[in-house]
Design a protein around this ligand. Structure first.
Ligand SMILES: [Zn+2]
Length: 333
């Protein structure tokens, strides 16, 4: 199994600025509170390892649970899946509105967030000897990534499939991406599936992975990105992390939990990496935002260190798979 580091560097402000995040985060929290007023079921077992979940605490009144075995963290209460699908669609539309912080940094997000993901997929496909495959992007529409996948010209076809429909309806048909404008043929199966933070959002991540496995041809590849609870900034900040909020972070698996989830859905792992570049900067931004944040002596010393020391520490996090940005490639068994 491969683990990849990156030499890429960009500031937090160019991809997910803490200041800009607040309005969007409040919108997400408010929308989640509204759907939680409907009939809510409480999650009992970890999706990754099936251990009984334990109380952890709350994010602005919304309870989170932790798994004592694999250290994953999940939102405690979920409404019916159609309510959840509506919520995901609502926040996705909001993300694309001029009010959301994403609008002002579209170009730097393409450059720093999406272009490296496209390059990752291309280089992995080369490594596995896969050329011009049919690709299924699993997301809640609208997706910022679809047009880039189509424009790359590296795929025979790009289908964008709604993640909640796929998770809850095994017979879901692919929705051909509009830019591609082609009809889905009779054979629904694809060689490649891409899930950018889908497992963080959906109410049933195990069902989604099983459904993706069902749509992949033999030996097909799955590309997953996720924010992981085992990563440095999440480990330091825990529930105080402003990047932890539903529905975008309904599930925050540990790297180990993510690996178990993929294994159970029938995937052999070809790559497990945490090429994150922002862990230290994220902790720093939180401390600037709230100087009373409790930190250990070690953590304070790290934040006071020079740039070279912080860079070396961030490289160490990547090498040891201890950053909070995770990337997984799996091959269908
Ligand atoms: Zn677990």
């Amino acid at each position: 199994m491969r683990s990849i580091q990156t030499s890429l560097a960009f500031p937090l402000s160019s991809v997910k600025p803490l200041e800009g995040l607040r309005q969007y985060r409040d919108f997400c929290l408010g929308a989640t509170r509204r759907v939680q007023q409907t009939a809510v079921r409480h999650r009992a077992r970890c999706a990754a390892c099936e251990s009984p979940l334990e109380a952890l605490g709350d994010v602005e009144g919304l309870d989170y649970l932790r798994c004592p075995t694999c250290s994953s963290t999940v939102l405690a209460g979920l409404p019916a899946s159609d309510e959840w699908a509506r919520l995901l669609a609502e926040v996705s539309r909001h993300r694309h509105s001029p009010q959301a912080f994403h609008a002002s940094i579209v170009n730097s997000r393409i450059e720093n967030v999406y272009a490296p993901k496209l390059e990752w997929i291309h280089s992995s496909l080369r490594l596995h000897g896969v050329r011009q495959p049919r690709l299924m992007e699993v997301a809640t529409l609208p997706s910022e990534f679809s047009p880039l996948l189509v424009k790359s010209g590296n795929f025979e076809d790009v289908l964008t499939v709604d993640e909640m429909v796929l998770a809850h309806d095994a017979g879901a048909a692919g929705i051909p991406s509009e830019a591609q404008g082609r009809r889905n043929g009779r054979d629904d199966r694809v060689r490649v599936a891409v899930l950018l933070e889908s497992l963080d959002r959906v109410d049933d991540p195990a069902a989604l992975l099983r459904a993706v496995a069902g749509r992949l041809s033999e030996g097909g590849l799955i590309f997953i990105t996720a924010l992981v609870w085992s990563g440095f900034d999440m480990a330091v900040l825990g529930l105080r992390s402003l990047y932890l909020y539903p529905p975008d972070r309904t599930n925050c698996f540990s790297l180990q939990g993510l690996e178990m989830l993929c294994d159970q859905a029938g995937f052999t792992l070809a790559e497990v990496s945490t090429p994150g570049v922002l862990d230290v900067e994220i902790v720093q931004a939180h401390v600037q935002d709230d100087p009373s944040l409790p930190l250990s002596v070690f953590e304070r010393r790290l934040l006071e260190a020079d740039g070279e020391t912080k860079e070396a520490f961030q490289s160490f996090l990547q090498e040891q798979r201890m950053s909070s940005f995770a990337r997984v490639v799996g091959r269908k068994r």
